[in-house]
Design a protein around this ligand. Structure first.
Ligand SMILES: Cc1cc2nc3c(=O)[nH]c(=O)nc-3n(C[C@H](O)[C@H](O)[C@H](O)COP(=O)(O)OP(=O)(O)OC[C@H]3O[C@@H](n4cnc5c(N)ncnc54)[C@H](O)[C@@H]3O)c2cc1C
Length: 482
């Protein structure tokens, strides 16, 4: 492995993939004077900007307003009588598309201004410290770099038996363009992507059937939070949710046919005929084309093994000068995780040793109302308490006791706080309720600092704000210390 002087390489750093992870890494590196190149084969900005966070939040913003204006009962509570709501599907789709274009342009300009070289084409490793880039023209060039970061992200996972045509059976990649509004759509999967699209579709008047293979809907969420959230987000809407059933086959067409079988026994349940199907069954890493064999790396179901400094591992040992960040590593597959990993990798390349702290990374689902979490699940916290010999504390704080939530007539919500009853250290939090995605940040910061509820309980919160839901939880927890 060569550690030759920087000048003998074409670049100090080549980043493969310009999603959120690659972008953050390349910008951070260029800002710190590294001669940086970033390779992208599709759209600058990757999944988040083009097919993920950005357009989905634009659709949720617009459809959320439709829901609000159409909720006559809620408005009547304020003494407001609204006229029937009309909306233009195409204009909502345009709003999302324009936002994507703006953010993609800004991101590209930011990289250029920072001095990074953008290489358009498909990148793959050509042995240690070498990257081949195949341009759209078919021309291939090989570049050398002292360090290489892989940030190739993920694609939607489509289970076997499900056939997509992009029009009647599709993934979030196509759903995001909101090309039409099916009268009846089945959403396969009740993770955050399925839930967010269910929020959009039901607000815009579509009937939804939600199909979940595991034995409860929203299986990846805290069970208490899922239970209360499901009352409003699923039961309170035009959604027929089925758990413990598997969509064995899905055949595109008009209608789309879905063969449902019981998950446990694989016995047939029924065949549904719907207008469209959204497949939201998770995501798979993009790592096949990377020629990882040339550096001896073996993936784990396609995910690239990394340590907490973001070094790529072979048999548990770091490969010199090779790093991976973002969804391709399979760790908390979120845009801000990818970005945080990107900065950690570059800091280590710059010689400033830094490790990622997954426990303090929050996650949010942007339904109306939102769901968020940070830190340990209750099950993991129980395990930790048993292993480390401390008593686990758990308190609940309700939105119905919060003045701001009551003023908004949006008092459906719960926060669960997990903490160490001896030291007071905050271990995790799970929230469902108005602006839960914003509220979680305060707890994420406390987790990052490993703070105790003893000191947090004394921090003054603005009245009347939703943040007092967190204050109440901290105060209850401080009172429960042993
Ligand atoms: C519908 C949806 C909604 C989401 N909402 C949120 C949200 O609200 N908040 C949140 O935090 N996360 C959200 N996510 C997740 C988020 O989009 C991803 O976690 C994030 O994009 C991961 O970033 P990344 O840089 O690892 O990969 P990606 O964004 O997938 O980017 C990887 C890039 O690498 C490129 N690439 C791949 N292989 C090569 C190659 N060989 N050569 C050159 N280029 C290559 C790809 O074209 C792509 O542009 C959402 C995802 C979806 C699908």
């Amino acid at each position: 492995m060569s550690d030759a002087s920087a000048a003998s390489f074409d670049f100090d750093l080549i980043v493969i993939g310009a999603g959120y992870g690659g972008f953050d890494a390349a910008k951070h590196a260029a800002d710190h004077g590294l001669r940086t190149a970033i390779v992208e084969s599709r759209d600058m900005g990757g999944t988040c900007v083009n097919r993920g966070c950005v357009p989905s939040k634009a659709l949720l913003a617009a459809s959320g307003r439709v829901r609000e204006l159409a909720d006559a009962e809620h408005l009547r509570g304020f003494g407001i009588h609204a006229a029937p709501v009309r909306f233009e599907r195409q204009k909502i789709a345009d709003h999302a598309n324009q936002l994507v274009a703006t953010i993609r342009t800004n991101l590209t300009k930011t990289l250029e201004r920072a001095g990074a070289t953008i290489l358009r084409g498909k990148g793959r490793l050509e042995g240690p410290q070498r990257v081949a880039v195949r341009e759209a023209s078919g021309i291939e060039r090989v570049y050398s770099a002292r360090d290489v970061i892989i940030a190739t992200g993920s694609d939607p996972f489509v289970p076997p038996g499900i056939e997509t045509d992009g029009r009647t059976v599709f993934t979030s990649d196509e759903a995001i363009s909101l090309e039409w509004l099916p009268r009846w759509i089945a959403i396969i999967g009740s993770g955050y992507i399925g839930l967010e699209f269910a929020d959009v579709y039901t607000a815009l008047g579509c009937e939804v059937t939600m199909i979940e293979a595991l034995d409860r809907v929203m299986p990846t969420f805290d069970p208490d939070i899922a239970k209360i959230a499901a009352r409003k987000l699923i039961d309170g809407r035009d959604i027929d949710a089925r758990s413990g059933v598997l969509a064995k086959t899905v055949t595109p067409g008009s209608p789309v046919r879905i063969e449902l079988v019981e998950m446990a026994s694989r016995e047939p349940v029924e065949t549904l005929e719907v207008d469209a199907v959204l497949v939201a069954t998770g995501r798979v890493p993009v790592s096949k084309y990377l020629n990882l064999e040339s550096v001896g790396v073996t993936t784990n179901r396609g995910f690239i093994p990394v340590d907490e400094a973001m070094r790529v591992l072979v048999d548990g040992n770091p490969v010199p000068h090779l790093w991976a960040v973002g969804d391709v590593t399979g760790k908390m597959m979120l845009a801000h995780t990818a970005a945080a990993q990107g900065s950690v990798a570059v800091d280590n390349i710059l010689g400033h040793q830094r490790l990622i702290d997954y426990r303090s990374i929050p996650a949010a689902t942007f339904t109306h109302p939102e769901i968020s979490s940070v830190g340990l699940s209750e099950a993991d916290a129980k395990e930790l308490a048993a292993a480390d010999g401390f008593e686990l504390g758990l308190v609940r704080s309700y939105f119905k006791a919060n003045s701001k939530a009551l003023a908004e007539l949006e008092s459906d919500g719960l926060m669960k706080l997990l903490f160490n009853r001896s030291s007071g250290e905050v271990l995790g939090a799970h929230i469902y309720g108005l602006h839960a995605a914003d509220l979680i940040q305060e707890i994420a910061n406390a987790v990052a600092r490993r703070q105790s509820v003893r000191e947090l309980a004394n921090e003054v919160h603005t009245h009347p704000t939703l943040s007092e839901v967190v204050e109440v939880a901290y105060k209850q927890a401080a009172a429960a210390l042993v």
